[in-house]
Design a protein around this ligand. Sequence first.
Ligand code: SF4
Length: 180
Amino acid sequence: MKRFLRGFVLKVLYPLLMLAGAFVKDRKEKFQHYIIDLNNRLIRSEPERYRTKRILLLLPHCLQTEECDVRITNDIYNCKRCGKCGIKDLIQVAVDNDLKLFVATGGNLARRIVSDVRPEAIVAVACERDLSSGIVDSYPLPVMGVPNERPCGPCRNTRVDLDKVREAIQFFGGNNNVEC
Ligand code: SF4
């Protein structure tokens, strides 16, 4: 029943809300946030079903500060870990939990990464638009979505609450020795 419910939310309710959002544009992001939240809640309601160590952490490129010219899209571990943006801490989270970590610059690259890595669960950070569509595209793969924070506006110097990322990883079955 819960599996059916998540499918209904993502494949029926989401397109209907996006259709409604095309008419009330100022509500569209709220609808997307609602879908992400509902998806996360439905996954959380079945903890045993989704336990796995094969977790992919997928990040948007805009978490990297514009001041930095290190190329991290091909290999995030090119980061020098200077601490000027959140990439340094996210790498540490991935190392602590021994999980795959990638930066995706768009939906096509994200799909290719998922197809190459073949994870059993994904923790994804992005804006509401990319997250909600990514969650829908990836169904039935469980994707826990963590919306980013955008103090400088969309797609620039964004941030993410690390505690929320750690908590999502822990839910799926990350290592228990992470510092919290
Ligand atoms: S932590 Fe430093 S080196 Fe790494 S991406 Fe951010 S600014 Fe660049």
